[in-house]
Write a new protein. Sequence first.
Length: 190
Amino acid sequence: MKTISELLEGAAAKAGPVVRGIGDDQLSRATPCSEYDVRALLNHLFGVVANFQVLAAKEPVDFSRTPEFVTGDWRGRFGDETALLVKAWAEPGTEEGVSGGMGLPARTVGLMVLGDLTVHAWDLARATGQDFTPDPDSVAEMEPAFAEMAPQARKMGVFGEAFPPPPGATAFERMLAGTGRDPGWSPPRP
């Protein structure tokens, strides 16, 4: 079994090109997350990456605010922040015990950020017309974990109601459907 930091490294390698491929003219586009346009989803993802660096150290975080991260060289900064996330989760003991900020097993918290990084990279790729293939090791770890988390995640409003996966769906498509996403989503026509 791979460590969370190894999985995050693979996921970041897939997410980075998507973020770097987003044009400034695409920031107002719709995403599969109906409450977020591309800019808002980028800000959310940046916030997740930053907050889960803190959670790796088992410290509490404040999820109630989302600063504006999409300024200056935000594309380059995303790479820097994901590298810091990988490093934070590589520290000895990070996957042991309970997360100080969330009260969940540390590895579960690591899988949550892995899921955010992977699923939101797909969301952003779909919204901006880019190709995205998730890291297969990440999907293999996340699919059963997300299936287990789904009922509680729906109660908390983190996942939407499950979407019926298409016939012959891949593991990743089943995972997306479990979060309430349509794996065949495409942006509305202008």
